[in-house]
Design a protein around this ligand. Sequence first.
Ligand code: ADP
Ligand code: MG
Length: 632
Amino acid sequence: MTDVIQLLPESVANQIAAGEVVQRPASVVKELLENAVDAGATHLKLLLRDAGKTLIQVIDNGCGMSETDARMSFERHATSKIRDAKDLFAINTMGFRGEALASIAAVAQVELRTRRTLDELGVRIVIEDSTVKVQEACQTPAGTSIAVKNLFYNVPARRNFLKSDPVEMRHILDEFQHVAMAHPDLFFSLHHNDQEIFHLPPGNLRQRMVKIFGEQVNKKLVPVEEKTDILRITGFVGKPDYYKKTRGEQLFFVNKRFIKSSYLHHAVMSAYEEMLPADSFALYTLFLDIDPARIDINVHPTKQEIKFDDEKLVYNYLKVTVRHALGTHNITPTLDFEQEPAFQVTPTRTPTLNQPANPSSSPGDYRSNRPEDRRHQDNLRNWQRAYAGLDMFAATNGGGATPADRADADIFPATEPGGGGTYFEVRASAENTRMDDETGSFSKGGKEPYQIHGQYIVSPIKSGFLLIDQQAASERILYERYAEALGNQPMATQNALFPKTLELAPADALLLRGILPEINRLGFEIAEFGGNAFVVHGTPAELSGNQSEETLVEKLLAQYKDNLDLDLDLHDNLARAMARSAALRRGQTLSVPEMQDLTDRLFACAVPFASPSGKKCLLTFGLDELRKQFEG
Ligand code: ADP
Ligand code: MG
């Protein structure tokens, strides 16, 4: 019997390693920029073609390389930055793994030109598929230029996997901005298809932030500066009156390395306490400088995660520091959002979506604790605009309208043909609503929605009506809620009186084990019980009642598996899976408050128009359009 184990050829090993280091053009951008920073460059230029798919080039004026080093730089585990294991605990450079160039050269066509200041000639190396094609002396400015062409040209599966240019560009911009923000004292520029997108002259952090986030932040920055023996925190946080509903302007750097940490994010947000409306994000760019021995950046190949030896301490210190900064700069909570009446709209509808309201949670609790319900209040303003004209029905019907309102609308009460209630024919003046004199409208019960075929909700609005697909809408609503839950606001659990043991198929058990922490954020309380068994101590408060634990977990896993093909990130996948398994189905009858609630919550969503899988949630029918159709 012959032996079967062989060592992989270097180029194959490199390609495998590249899978971790080079996920997309943005990863290359990050590695090249960081190398240039490590090389002591003060002037860094990034040139891109087709969102980096055709070309990514970084030109720097750093220390350059000797001919031997230039050749060596493409070897795996070749680095000038650490020499032995103990250096791992004293890392002051961005790179240290010695993997990036080797990985990039395994999956792209790379051209390197480099020269040290004192050398007369530089060197040019062309390398493809981990094979050196050209190595020659050349004339080149001092510093290094690395051009990475046709990324994944030799790995079609990965090339096809690349997203559209805008998506890839978005990722590149993130990486670029992170590096540029971490080094405001260096010049950076970015050109895409010959167009200069960023031109960042050297300056201080405030100037860099303004260049990256926009002029409007200039007056909104509060400096942060605090120092102890082990930790220094510097940077800026935004004043509480400058906040956004989406993430994107929150950056942490630990020893100048951009990191993601929802834990530290939470520390900063909690320093704002009541000063921010829930579900909104203050801006910040904070630098934590800490003895490298106290952190482990070796956690992940792309190094966006970091471990502190004492996380709690960092958390508390960060929180206190930010609060102190907000305090010293006299940021008292005289906030305009508190005075804005629109925020005081208190929805009174029942919280039901597709299940009967959970008796243990009152509607009040439900509203105020849910981040998306705060958003709901916020977005309600926009939403109400669609109903603005219709409110006149209610106004004349129940008071609240000013005389001016009444004067604007020409209202003729009339008796409903079928007897019973009253309906109103409204002739609104042109400037008040867009309806003209000819298009009077009438409606029974104002803006009350109704359901057809157990599938669609018809909801009258000022300019016509909306037709809402209840399943798609409910999926959208739940998806956003679950995404939120996975991000920073875990959902409430309904504890089971009698914990239930589930015995799963080995493959399912493996799957479930892998996503257990996330699932538990969604309101499940599931623990491993050895082998393929799990104990369910609780299920999401919102879902409990009509489905057994087995069914819930089963459905969720099934959806999750389906989604794996879509190659979503874990949170996205789970949020979708949960939304799908919990959403309203066709044929489910809804009461008027349930329909109203669904509609309101749909419009409180960040993306109300489509379900997570891209199906339309609603169609709009304009009166004008309808009239035209009738006219034939
Ligand atoms: P790492 O950055 O982890 O050391 P890389 O594969 O990114 O690994 O780079 C390998 C080596 O190539 C670096 O250690 C450095 O010595 C050299 N190098 C890479 N880019 C540059 C550059 N722009 N200027 C000078 N030297 C560079
Ligand atoms: Mg590197």
